[in-house]
Design a protein around this ligand. Structure first.
Ligand code: A2P
Length: 341
């Protein structure tokens, strides 16, 4: 019988943690046992995996020495990964970290399995594999096959990011604001998660501002893209929060070093792993956040050549931020790791 694995989920009560359970089930991950972990606030509640209930335990410094865990998914925020990932590694578990904490460490691979599966082999250096930023994942899935074909020089991207990027609290805040709007009380509503009201609004501000006037989210897209694709390609991002519940959208402009054929571009995108081409404007077919929500695919459309520069391509994509941008990528990393080991 092939091997089965004991899996811990840190942040099991959160938006990504819950979805990891769904994706483990959907992708038929070889699970032996599940250990859902969260803070004392949620300990005692239960989560469901394959119609069976599992009680959430409080994450402590001794959790991993007391339990025989093979793979630990961390999605409870950077400070929790910083403090607790080492205990999981010391106990012999592989850590797949969904936070930004380890992503740019040179001895931690940063992996999108459709783009750089070979990097998984470097997991042994620290016992950790980092899952990239959600906006980066859906973009590099598109950039990788196009770079292989036509050699990308530069990428300019504007994102339209859903409330789900701020976890369950972010989604709840948007819903409460919408309810307040329909009760004629939006003026009185004080946002707690986001820097401004998100309902009927948007703002070019995700994560903190840095000294170079970009946000940390924008610089994640630059630095992580270069690390995953092993190429110093020029990338510039403007990241915008929009009043969508889940699924991020992106308008991407790509400048190639080589000439490209637009039909060939569409053929590459239609056949690339993880991507679905949704591009038929005569039928109003193009990706929308609702199309990608609850799926494991990145949808691409509005593929067109620039009006003035024949080496520039424009396109639009949508992907479920909680799945493709987090849970699905993490589970796909684990599946690839199992295959390699
Ligand atoms: P809890 O529900 O106990 O607060 P989201 O990204 O949807 O907001 O979810 C964040 C996840 O991180 C939740 O599962 C949350 O658990 C978990 N979390 C937050 N703080 C801690 C902590 N100190 N220890 C363990 N898990 C934590």
């Amino acid at each position: 019988m092939s091997r089965k694995y004991n899996v811990a989920i840190v942040g099991a009560s959160g938006a990504v943690g819950e979805e990891i359970l769904n994706v483990l089930e959907e992708l038929e991950f070889p699970v032996n046992d599940i250990l859902p972990l969260a803070s004392a606030r949620s300990a005692g509640q239960s989560v469901t995996f394959k119609n069976k209930d599992f009680v959430i335990k409080e994450l402590t410094e001794t959790t991993f020495e007391e339990n025989d865990i093979d793979i630990a998914f961390f999605s409870a925020g950077g400070s929790i990964s910083e403090k607790y990932a080492k205990y999981a590694v010391e106990s012999g578990a592989l850590v797949i970290d969904n936070t930004s904490h380890f992503r740019m460490d040179s001895d931690v691979p940063l992996v999108v399995p459709e783009c750089n599966p070979e990097d998984i082999d470097a997991w042994q250096e620290r016992g950790i594999i980092a899952n990239p930023n959600c906006s980066t994942i859906q973009m590099v899935q598109i950039l990788k096959p196009l770079d292989d074909a036509f050699d990308i020089k530069r990428v300019d991207v504007s994102t339209y990011q859903a409330a789900s990027g701020a976890g369950k609290e972010g989604m709840e805040e948007l819903v409460e604001e919408l309810q307040a709007f329909f009760a004629f009380k939006l003026d009185e509503y004080k946002p707690k998660v986001f820097p401004h009201k998100l309902a009927l609004n948007l703002f070019p501000h995700i994560d903190v501002f840095l000294e170079n006037d970009y946000t940390k989210e924008e610089m994640k897209m630059v630095n992580e893209t270069q690390k995953i694709l092993h190429k110093q390609m020029e990338v510039s991002a403007t990241c915008v929060r929009v009043p969508v519940l889940r699924s991020h959208s992106e308008a991407i402009t790509i400048k190639f070093n080589q000439d490209f054929d637009i039909e060939k571009v569409k053929e590459i995108l239609a056949n690339a792993p993880g991507l679905k081409l949704a591009d038929n404007v005569s039928k109003n077919l193009y990706p929308t956040p609702m199309m990608s929500t609850d799926t494991n695919d990145t949808f691409v459309g509005r593929v067109r050549r620039d009006n003035f520069d024949e080496k520039i391509l424009h396109l639009w994509c949508c992907a479920d931020q909680i799945r493709v941008g987090a849970a699905t990528n993490a589970v796909r990393i684990a599946l690839k790791w199992i295959e390699n080991n």
